[in-house]
Structure formats: C-alpha cells, structure tokens
Design a binder for this molecule. Structure first.
Ligand SMILES: [Zn+2]
Ligand SMILES: [Zn+2]
Length: 174
C-alpha cells in the first residue's frame, strides 16, 4: 500500500481568499476554459495531454495563485503515481506559453488566466495581505506602452505588470 498524501489546501496561507477577487461575470467557467485550452492547443499544433489538462484543472481549482509544489501534491494524490517537479514545470511552462496560465513572478506562483487566455498583456493586482491576485485584461491599459515601444522599433510580444497593495476586502477589514 502506498502511503496516502494529505490533501493539500487549495492555497497556503490565510483562508477566505480566492474566487471572490474575480470580477463577477468576467471569468469564464471551468468547462469553457478547458474547451478553450483544447482549441488553442490544436491551433498551435500542440497536444493537450492529460497531464497538461490536469495541471490546468488544478490551477482553476486553486482559484488563485498556486505554487508548483502545491500542484505537485494535487497530482500525486489524484494519480497515485509520483509526478516529478520537472514534469509539472514543463506543463506549467506550456500553459504559460499559450497564455492559459500566468506566472506571477513576485509570488513565485502560477495562476490560471482569468479571462481564458491572454497571451499579450496582463496586469495583476496582488494583495500583500491575503495573497489574492486579481487579473485585469490589460489590453487597453497597455496600448500606450506598446505604441511607445513601437516608435523605438521594439515589438512587445508580452507584457506582465504585477502591482502590489491591498485588495478592497482586506482594506475594508483593516
Ligand atoms: Zn490572462
Ligand atoms: Zn486582500
């Protein structure tokens, strides 16, 4: 008998964070997200392998920034087989490349794209109190940056802004 791993919490740290940070109506549901992922993969000539799918599911379930290590635990307890860190990092890298997930550098965590897939420009508002990360579809906000860069002959392919502060919920609770 293999030892059973404890179910990891959806998110380390304080409770009460996560889905509430999403703008109502802006997020897409899990099934739509997975369907979109499948289409994107096909369009990119890639395969949406069961592992890649599972990792995306885990990210969606986390409802907020998740560390690769936490996802690893989720994979283990599901599959029973030992998923190795490089395996999950490759899957995360793949999802990030397609814009299905984003890497939040300052938290060293990954988060499923809130709007389905935005490969170009993303702004995260990260609450330092609850570690929630709210994603803005930042296309409009970053047009100026792209245009300014273009005037210098630079083509921006990807912009990621991580803004730290305190969310409305935590501000209200303070
Ligand atoms: Zn996104
Ligand atoms: Zn907060």
């Amino acid at each position: 008998m293999s030892p059973s791993h404890a179910h990891p919490p959806a998110k380390p740290g304080k409770p009460g964070i996560g889905k509430a940070t999403a703008h109502a109506g802006h997020g897409i549901d899990r099934a739509a997200h997975l369907a979109r992922a499948e289409t994107l993969c096909a369009d990119a000539g890639e395969t949406f392998t069961p592992l890649r799918r599972r990792v995306l599911e885990l990210l969606l379930d986390a409802g907020g920034p998740a560390k690769a290590y936490d996802l690893l635990d989720g994979l283990k307890s599901e599959a029973g087989a030992a998923a190795k860190p490089p395996t999950i990092y490759r899957a995360l890298e793949f999802l990030t490349r397609l814009g299905l997930a984003h890497r939040v550098e300052s938290l060293n965590a990954f988060v499923a794209c809130e709007v389905g897939a935005c490969a170009r420009a993303t702004i995260f508002l990260i609450c330092d109190t609850c570690n929630g990360a709210e994603e803005f579809d930042a296309g409009h906000a970053l047009v100026d940056v792209a245009e300014a860069a273009a005037r210098d002959g630079f083509t921006i392919e990807r912009t990621m802004i991580e803004a730290h502060g305190r969310c409305a919920k935590c501000s209200a609770a303070a």
